[in-house]
Design a protein around this ligand. Structure first.
Ligand code: ATP
Ligand code: MG
Length: 682
């Protein structure tokens, strides 16, 4: 009990103890929201005696879930059944494993990743840009629109076509028993929605539900939570409207703002102390975010005292920038700072390349979170495809990927012929080869190929049998049977690829050791769910996108690319306020020092472009004499001003609003409060 409360302040303790009913903890960065949620979980289990299995704690990234789990387990003594603490997607996966049969589907489904999704889409339609179709399908699913609904809603021909692709895509997933990321949540919701009894029992199972980073939930996730709260309303959410950075993915700031309307009888708690960042860092972060208009406005008081000023690195170009950053990091390391305590953040992944070069030259070890992930490498995807086909013979998608790897003399044309014939007889490729006599196969493809195909499926069956008998031996038999290491034989990067394959085999063995009773399909789904965050282990500095850094903290933070166009990112559909929130999230990751870097030009998209310093320097109060506040103090009562929409008016009052000034203006008889930067003096 003491252990739970000794590190909490009064409001945190109160929030922890408010176990019943809806609870909203709304507070700024580093104010101990995650700490509170974890302590609350420990309190429920340790003090109130709620069985851990009756709690559910959800967050957005695997890394955050892992850290929370470690902290919770540290506080909970007797854990025979650990609490379920995972990402929304992982929860969906577990739920579907047990319940997807209610949708007439088998529970040995495979979760496909974004890359697979795009490949499937591209096969269906290669005219409309794949990323557009992919994001539209995602949007439909998150809005619970069927292909039919999507078609009816579409006004433009292009969108009607996309709705058609969506229809075919869905059929493909069903036929191959695949589910995509969005399905993990959408199908879970669908099941709960269509089966009130199931919603009731699920809700009774999870008596106490807690959600971190609530500001990033979307409408579908809210609906899912409402289903989970069918039989109770013990839902505690924590979040920060200023850190909502997934607007582009449909996250709804309204979820947090209107939480008390969605869940009646909410107790709200505010946390106002920041325990993470030294004062100068917080000052800059607060100044920046105060420029946003659509925000609730919260207090955030520094408690960690004075520290080093935020430093700025000005460079001519990205090479100079990378050199300067590498030098600065080297100094930190030499002075005894642990590599794990340093992170470099950027708004867009492409910016990492030049920094990587700088670090390599200086011999500083780094881990790139995101970018080309281990599991996205071709050789790893081949292995995964083999495991998939072995778990599910009917996975045509994987079948085609590996049937000629290593080379078995099967050309594209032969495979297409077989695929067509399989479709015509409504069977999977595997089924078709199995049921068709060798003689009949030979009418379709060359004699040699026909027998190769027969052997291939026999081998698959053989290895599959081993897999059901002993998962541990499986990986060796797989390699022995198919000689997968030969796939890249003779290629320039063969050695590296084989190293990666060995690493994968090692991971597999590790998984089997840790969870001996799990099958291959569990291994596969586990893999697919590994978000980009999971690579963060070991002693090296970290490089990651701002999005990936959410919820994390580091002693020393470097942010690169603070230029107009990069941060804020300016382009189609970009939202300056969301960019500012990204700035705020990135600044507030820092505990001890924050270094902001910008370059005068960068080589980008094939050419060198000159760049302007980010406006965020000004807004954060980091440029002498450039604060809007200073400019605007010039207004006085009686001034005549013009507003773009309201026209001309006269200032009747001035008050302060954050770092800005709010003017009360009389526009032809109607008085309105307007921020000073929105009007010009006449
Ligand atoms: P974010 O908004 O970035 O997710 P958060 O509000 O979840 O931040 P935490 O990560 O829980 O904040 O806490 C930030 C830091 O403050 C952590 O290092 C945590 O250990 C520390 N901390 C939290 N509460 C207290 C407290 N009452 N006293 C001292 N330190 C605290
Ligand atoms: Mg947090």
């Amino acid at each position: 009990m003491e252990k739970i409360f000794e590190k909490l302040n009064e409001s945190q303790s109160q929030a922890v103890k408010q176990s019943e009913g809806p609870v909203l903890i709304l507070a700024g960065a580093g104010s101990g929201k995650t700490t509170t949620i974890v302590s609350r979980l420990a309190y429920l289990v340790e003090v109130l005696g709620i069985p851990a299995s009756n709690t559910l704690t959800l967050t957005f990234t695997n890394k955050a879930a892992k850290e929370m789990r470690e902290r919770a387990l540290d506080m909970i003594k007797d854990i025979s059944y650990p609490p379920l603490l995972c990402t929304f997607h992982k929860f969906g996966l577990l739920f579907l494993k047990f319940n997807i049969h209610l949708l007439n589907r088998q529970n040995n489904f495979v979760v496909i990743d974004t890359d697979d999704k795009k490949r499937i889409i591209k096969k269906i339609n290669s005219e409309i840009p794949t990323p557009l179709i992919a994001s539209e399908i995602s949007r439909y699913k998150n809005s619970l629109l069927t292909p039919d609904d999507a078609y009816k809603q579409a006004e433009l021909f292009n969108y009607q076509q996309i709705a058609k692709v969506y229809e075919e895509y869905e059929a493909y997933l069903r036929e191959n028993n695949l589910v995509d990321f969005d399905d993990l949540i959408a199908l879970t919701y669908k099941l709960l929605d269509e089966n009130p009894k199931l919603a009731e029992t699920t809700s009774q199972k999870y008596q106490y539900i807690m959600i971190d980073e609530y500001q990033d939930t979307n409408e579908l996730q809210l609906k899912l939570l409402q289903k989970l709260c069918t039989s109770h309303n013990n839902l505690c959410v924590v979040g920060d409207d200023d850190q909502s950075i997934y607007g582009w993915r449909g996250a709804h700031i309204r979820n947090i703002i209107e939480f008390d309307q969605d869940f009646k009888g909410t107790s709200t708690f505010k946390l106002e102390n920041n325990y993470r960042s030294k004062e100068p860092i917080l000052k800059v972060a607060n100044a920046l975010i105060e420029h946003n208009r659509s925000r609730l406005g919260k207090k955030l008081i520094a408690t960690r005292g004075a520290g080093e000023d935020v430093s700025i690195i000005n460079s001519h170009d990205e090479n100079e920038e990378s050199r300067k950053i590498a030098q600065k990091i080297k100094k930190l390391l030499d002075s005894g700072v642990r590599a794990n305590d340093i992170a470099i953040l950027y708004r867009v992944n492409v910016l990492s390349r030049s920094i990587e070069e700088g670090l390599n030259r200086t011999g500083i070890a780094y881990k790139l979170v995101g970018g080309l992930r281990f599991y996205d490498r071709a050789e790893i995807k081949d292995l995964i495809s083999y495991i998939r086909i072995i778990t599910n013979f009917h996975d045509d998608f994987s079948f085609k990927r590996v049937v000629n790897k290593p080379k078995r003399g099967l050309g594209k044309a032969s495979i297409e012929k077989i695929e067509l014939a399989a479709h015509a007889s409504s069977s999977s490729i595997y089924e078709y080869i199995k049921k068709t006599s060798l003689a009949d196969l030979e009418t379709l493809v060359r004699k040699k190929n026909a027998s190769t195909l027969k052997t291939f499926i026999k081998d698959i069956e053989k290895v599959s049998k081993v897999a059901t008998e002993s998962t541990y031996n499986f990986i060796d038999v797989l390699e022995e049977t198919f000689h997968l290491k030969n796939i890249y034989a003779g290629m320039q990067d063969e050695a590296e690829r084989i190293l990666n394959m060995d690493e994968f085999y090692g991971l597999f063995r590790d998984f089997v050791k840790k969870s001996p009773e799990s099958g291959l399909d569990e291994f596969l789904n586990e893999l697919t769910l590994q978000s980009e965050q999971d690579q963060v282990e070991g002693e090296s500095i970290y490089m990651m996108s701002i999005h990936a850094s959410k919820g994390l903290e580091f002693e020393h933070i470097f942010i690169i690319g603070l230029e107009e166009g990069f941060l804020p990112l300016i382009g189609d559909g970009s939202d300056l306020e969301e960019e500012r929130r990204l700035g705020y999230v990135s600044f507030t990751r820092a505990k001890e020092t924050l270094t902001l870097s910008h370059a005068g030009s960068r080589f980008y998209k094939g050419r060198r472009s000159d760049l302007q310093k980010s406006r965020f320097f000004n807004e954060a109060g980091l440029c002498e004499g450039s604060l809007k506040v200073e400019k605007n103090t010039a207004f006085k009562k009686g001034d005549l001003v013009r507003h773009k929409i309201f026209g001309t008016g006269r200032v009747t009052g001035i008050s302060k609003s954050g770092r800005e000034f709010k003017l009360n203006i009389n526009f032809a008889g109607t008085k309105r409060d307007i921020l000073a930067s929105f009007v010009e003096r006449l």
